[in-house]
Ligand binder design. Structure first.
Ligand code: PMP
Length: 360
């Protein structure tokens, strides 16, 4: 960066919020419980570890940039044509690819707020404009989202379940919303936490695709499949949308180890879904314990719970951190707490129980 260019770079950087990853902290006894990033608390299964080790012997070679094996496995798994599947370095990679394909200065991307904190960052990086539609209570206001669509709207992101509130939109309300969305707008159903859903009214976005070319589903291996560290996500959508996502991927974005780990994880799906079931059980236990202590916690269909603490947010998070439990505070709004192992959850519940209550 030359000195002449530097002021220009500074101006760009000043307007971009950056991404703050979930923190890890050490408690008084050296114990560290990280419940700040909605990660899977379990390490890779032996079969996945073996696949990673084998892929590691060939990292001197570039990966298969079209990820043919993984694409074929995903197409089989979801019962769709391969041309409907596209991959990226995590679902954030795919969001960026979608934005590269669609966004120009002046174009609008509509999404609920508060939702996944990467949305505003990625939209801004793409030079487009975010249109944030406030949640109604803790859930998506689909009427307001539909009303926020203009001629300049290119995409609407619907995060289902929503991060960080854990709330969902059901089949009837979602399809009624989709019926209102004009054809020129692509609706991206961000289903990063879909595997944790137990509410039967919540649609599987993939079931909505065939009849609706302007709907795409975003999934990830980072949560239920426990591969956050490898970075692999995928989109299922209309072949034209999938083709655009493929074209806008940086070459070789999904690396050799990520592809091998994802393929092995699909083979081990039954075992991985048992872990998901255990997390769901823990989610209910954590929520019940919090409700029993008088906290207000909306029902969650994801691998985290949401406490709307308002003014107390930062203080509550600091108090958890002092006990060695890292949670995710959104200052002035609330705290998102991932569901971990039973021991990790107990550490959090103890910290929450001991928090000197205010405004509750
Ligand atoms: N969407 C949502 C709603 C998320 O919460 C996350 C991760 N926190 C992602 C997408 C991105 O996940 P990844 O890039 O790891 O696939």
């Amino acid at each position: 960066v030359s000195e002449r260019n530097w002021p220009y770079f500074r101006a760009v950087l000043d307007s971009i919020p950056g991404y703050t990853p979930g923190r890890a902290v050490a408690g008084p006894d050296g114990r560290s419980v990280k419940l700040s990033s909605n990660e899977n608390p379990h390490g890779p299964l032996p079969s996945v570890r073996d696949a990673i080790a084998e892929a590691a012997t060939e990292v001197n070679r570039y990966p298969d940039t079209s990820a043919s094996e993984l694409t074929a496995e995903l197409a089989r798994r979801y019962g769709v044509a391969e041309e409907r599947v596209a991959l990226g370095a995590g679902s954030v990679g795919i969001l960026q690819q979608l934005l590269t394909a669609t966004a120009e200065p002046g174009t609008e991307i509509v999404y609920a707020w508060r939702s996944f904190e990467a949305y505003p960052l990625l939209v801004e990086l793409a030079g487009a404009t975010s249109v944030r539609v406030p949640l109604r209570g803790e859930t998506h206001d689909l009427d307001a989202l539909a009303e926020a669509i203009t001629d300049r709207t290119r995409m609407v992101f619907v995060c289902n379940p929503n991060n960080p509130t854990g709330t969902v939109v059901g089949h009837a309300e979602l399809t009624a919303f989709l019926d209102r969305v004009p054809d020129h707008v692509l609706v991206v159903l961000d289903e990063a936490y879909r595997e944790y859903v137990r509410d039967p009214h919540v649609p599987d976005g993939v079931d909505l695709l065939t009849e609706r070319p302007n709907v795409a589903v975003l999934r990830t291996f980072s949560k239920a499949y426990g591969l956050a560290g490898t970075r692999v996500g995928f989109l299922i959508g209309h072949p034209h949308v999938a083709a655009a996502v493929r074209k806008t991927m940086i070459p070789f974005a999904v690396n050799r180890i990520a592809q091998a780990a994802a393929v092995a994880s699909l083979s081990a799906e039954d075992e991985l879904m048992e872990r998901v079931a255990a997390t769901v059980k823990e989610r209910e236990r954590v929520r019940d314990a919090l409700l029993g202590d008088g906290w207000v916690v909306p029902p969650s269909e994801a691998n985290f719970v949401w406490l709307r603490l308002g003014e107390d947010t930062t203080d509550f998070a600091a108090s958890c951190e002092a006990a060695g439990v890292a949670v995710r505070p959104f200052a002035g709004e609330g705290v998102r707490v991932s569901v971990g192992t039973p021991e990790e959850n107990d550490a959090f519940l103890t910290a929450a129980h001991e928090y000197p209550r205010r405004n509750q």
